[in-house]
Design a protein around this ligand. Structure first.
Ligand code: ASP
Length: 416
């Protein structure tokens, strides 16, 4: 028998969790631990996952040719598109305010936690840790990411034998961490079941919550659509001088794979093949930009991080100051860079932002149930941005592409 796909399992668990919470609220204590363990396990992997993902990503750049110029162009593209994505998310979440009025029954737990009172300047200063081991053990994500980038960079500057040992080591650690994370993710249906049952049994306003979650999903998907359909195609057309519709057609298979697997990393071989063979980008460009992109360029994730964090703040009735919103934009960018290209990595990273602005970590429980569905949309956006980037960079390096020469107009792929 074919195994039921994870997103179906999650949807079923979600439904069962709601039923359980509604009809057996007194028995929720017997199953709530499932959600607890699941969230704890996710938090357990955060530090080693980010550390190994970034160090190995940065160290591997060192092995590519033309590191300097290509690296600079690639990084600029990643930063610019991710920032545009985050600002798009920021706009829509402020416009629709999906979290406002959510009755969580949790407000008292927020009290006493306090919102980060530090100035923006101090927060930036704190990125440089006094003691890196303290940063690891207390989960200071910005410091950890900062250290990882520096560490990865200086691996590329070390002698040949140290460089190889360290790069191999961190690649291996990253692989193991990905495996552990994938293992934890297999238990998502159980976690969702426990968390939903608990949420529903606590929340007196099921319909209101469902309405808020619906609006939240709509906000994320609409903002992603704007980035996917408008922003990235405009960049492809005006900076890359490539017809975005033709490029879309070239990469339909990886996009569908990204959508259904929710993993940029799993999709990577297909993306490389499509961009090389259908777009006609050289292997030199694809082998540098696409693996790097699958690890650190996540426009969809960046946008999602921003919307989700502000949604949680709205749900907890926390007014965010301008500085805090800026802090969310900056940390969303870091979080998307740090997120691994695997299903639900973005969910793990939300805690980075929540910690940075002093929002309750329990807020993750609120968005968990619909995360896997939104993951499909954001992963497709991530891969779309990687592929547009490869084409734009190839053109800027003077390559003549196959998509340039294709005379035929846009046709929808055969499956439609
Ligand atoms: N699933 C996403 C990806 O692989 C990462 C995320 O969870 O946002 O690109």
């Amino acid at each position: 028998m074919k195994k039921l796909q994870l997103h179906w399992q999650i949807l079923i668990a979600l439904f069962l969790g709601v039923i359980y919470g509604l009809f057996f609220p007194d028995y929720v204590k017997y199953i709530a631990w499932m959600g607890d363990i699941f969230l704890r396990a996710l938090r357990m992997v955060i530090v080693p996952l980010i550390l190994s993902s970034i160090i190995s990503g940065v160290a591997n750049i060192g092995t590519a040719e033309n590191l300097g110029r290509l690296g600079l162009k690639t990084m600029s593209y990643y930063l610019v598109t991710s920032t545009i994505a985050i600002l798009t998310g920021l706009f829509f979440v402020n416009l629709f305010q999906p979290g406002v009025g959510t009755d969580l029954g949790l407000v008292q737990e927020v009290e006493g936690l306090g919102i980060a009172k530090e100035s923006f300047g101090q927060t930036l200063l704190n990125i440089v840790p006094l003691n890196i081991f303290d940063a690891f053990s207390s989960g200071k994500m910005l410091s950890i990411i900062f250290f990882a980038i520096i560490f990865g960079y200086f691996i590329t500057r070390s002698g040949r034998s140290s460089r190889k040992t360290m790069t191999d080591f961190f690649n291996a650690v990253f692989e193991v961490m990905m495996k552990i994370t994938m293992f934890i993710i297999r238990f998502t249906p159980l976690g969702v079941f426990g968390i939903m049952a608990l949420q529903v049994s606590k929340s007196p306003d099921i319909i209101g919550l469902a309405k808020n979650m619906g609006l939240y999903m709509f906000t994320v998907i609409l903002a992603l659509a704007v980035h996917f359909i408008i922003s990235l195609p405009l960049l492809t057309k005006f900076i890359g001088k490539v017809n975005p519709l033709k490029h879309f057609r070239a990469v339909t298979a990886p996009l569908l794979t990204a959508f259904s697997t929710s993993s940029s990393s799993a999709t990577l071989p297909l993306t490389m093949q499509a961009v090389e063979e259908n777009d006609g980008v050289s292997n030199k460009i694809t082998s540098f930009t696409l693996p790097l992109g699958a690890t650190i360029n996540m426009d969809g994730t960046a946008l999602y991080e921003c919307v989700a964090a502000i949604f949680i703040a709205q749900a907890y009735g926390v007014e965010l100051s301008f500085v805090q919103q800026i802090l969310i934009v900056v940390t969303a960018l870091f979080a998307s860079i740090g997120a691994a290209g695997i299903p639900m990595a973005g969910l793990v990273m939300i805690s980075v932002i929540l910690t940075a602005v002093g929002l309750p970590l329990e807020g993750v429980g609120l968005i968990l149930a619909v995360d896997r569905i939104l993951d499909m949309f954001r992963t497709a956006t991530n891969v779309w941005s990687d592929s547009c980037g490869a084409v734009i960079i190839a053109k800027s390096e003077g390559e003549i592409l196959k998509v340039d020469n294709e005379k035929r107009g846009f046709k929808f792929p055969k499956f439609f």
